[in-house]
Design a protein around this ligand. Structure first.
Ligand code: ZN
Ligand code: ZN
Length: 162
């Protein structure tokens, strides 16, 4: 299905907003936007759905031949550390990078690993249990709702009816 013209425009505007907020966060942290960082950020913005480091590296390497995987990975981790980009970690799968750093949650497909952003103020306000018994200090949390995405649930319905 092709996105409608207005859908495409909305997507572009959204991308532009995310690009601006990343640049804003770079300025706020005093991080210099080197060409290398710009190329990495641009790849993260363009790739759909919380890409993995190696997916980002493939795009970066096509634009900056000679850049090593280690450099791309290091750049990503540095951007995460200063809070310019986000990182979503789920047990048992590779880290995924997020061009959003504001509080939001994820719908994770157990079948194809699609990761969909959702914002919900009720999830933002979930009560955090007392973890002092573990000597653990909670700084932040994200809710991960797991299940099947639209495509995979349609696929499994189709297989069931065959
Ligand atoms: Zn899926
Ligand atoms: Zn996200």
């Amino acid at each position: 299905m092709r996105p409608s013209a207005s859908g495409r425009k909305r997507g572009e505007r959204e991308l532009e907003n995310r690009r601006e907020s990343i640049q804003e966060r770079c300025r706020a942290t005093g991080l210099k936007l080197t060409i290398q960082r710009q190329v990495v950020i641009e790849a993260l913005l363009e790739l759909p759905d919380h890409p993995k480091a190696d997916e980002i590296h493939a795009v970066v390497a096509a634009r900056m031949p000679g850049i090593s995987r280690t450099t791309t990975y290091r750049t990503l981790e540095q951007l995460v550390r200063v809070g310019v980009i986000g990182k979503a970690c789920h047990p048992g799968s590779a880290s995924r990078y997020d061009n959003r750093t504001d509080l939001h949650h994820h719908l994770v497909c157990m079948e194809c690993e699609a990761m969909i952003d959702i914002s919900d103020t009720r999830l933002d306000r979930l009560p955090v249990p007392d973890t002092s018994g573990f000597g653990f200090e909670v700084h932040d949390f994200r809710v991960q709702l797991r299940g099947l995405c639209r495509r995979c649930s349609a696929q499994s319905r189709k297989e069931d009816s065959e």
